[in-house]
Design a protein around this ligand. Structure first.
Ligand SMILES: [Zn+2]
Length: 261
């Protein structure tokens, strides 16, 4: 067992990060992660950018799709990069809120029309809370990060986001659990890069695996990721989760990259 497995290095890295972020907050006033508007973690205009429902079908056998809160461009891209790569962990709460809102819409779609998991036209424009009485349980599965990116960032950024989103869904009356059973292994390079979709697809092929089983066949299993580009990673997650016993799987992301034609 090495020092990373024992949790010593992650704990040290985390302490150093917390200290560094503390000093930064003392020296620099807080600005919106998306547009630098003063004194906001994420200003109302930037929050509104995450209020969408962008739908991508996933490249996987047996149709399913991913719903994203925003397009990965402009201020929403800046906010995600600040959170993901520059340690702006204060965005956890704001992003979880956006994901929980979209999750409620998605749950509504799927439970009112069982065939709608891949139906692009089915997303309703819901004002306020949908009626969630009698809906099935939800399992939130954070998309895996590679050990290298966890070392670099000092954390598995989707795990705290999934926890907070689960808390919000539970507060809204949807029975939700976090089920962090996916792992990403043996992947080199950064997750979002300029290489083509084919190269990316090859790079990640076969590296996502489930280290546990889905114990509730009727549950809606929601894979949560930050950015969906080609959908390859999420497709791999769907395959791994189905092999682990999931029957109803759908993706949920903060943002998707604009589709290139
Ligand atoms: Zn803003």
């Amino acid at each position: 067992m090495n020092m990373f497995d024992m949790g010593i290095i992650p704990t040290m890295a985390r302490t150093l990060r917390t200290l560094a972020l503390g000093f930064r907050d003392l020296l620099l006033p807080r600005g919106c992660a998306g547009c630098d508007a003063p004194d906001e973690v994420l200003c109302p205009r930037c929050v509104a950018r995450f209020d969408g429902a962008h739908i991508r079908s996933l490249p996987v056998k047996g149709k399913t799709c991913c719903y994203a809160c925003a397009r990965y461009e402009g201020a929403s891209r800046r906010a995600i990069l600040a959170w993901k790569d520059h340690g702006d962990e204060e965005c956890d709460g704001a992003f979880a809120c956006c994901l929980a809102r979209l999750a409620l819409k998605v749950i509504k779609v799927i439970d009112t029309n069982q065939t709608a998991i891949d139906d692009v036209q089915a997303m309703p424009q819901i004002a306020g809370m949908p009626d969630i009485r009698g809906m099935r349980d939800v399992l939130l599965v954070p998309a895996p990060s590679s050990p290298a990116s966890m070392r670099r960032r000092g954390r598995w950024q989707m795990a705290p986001l999934a926890k907070r989103t689960a808390r919000m869904l539970n507060d809204s009356g949807v029975r939700t659990r976090v089920c962090p059973i996916l792992r990403l292994e043996g992947v080199r390079g950064r997750s979002v890069q300029t290489s083509g979709s084919l190269a990316r697809s090859k790079r990640i092929q076969g590296h996502v695996r489930a280290v546990g089983a889905i114990d509730d066949e009727s549950a809606l299993v929601v894979i949560m990721d930050d950015i969906v580009t080609t959908g390859t990673t999420m497709g791999q997650c769907v395959t791994a989760l189905r092999a682990a016993g999931a029957r109803h799987v759908v993706g949920l992301a903060l943002a998707c990259t604009p589709v290139r034609r």
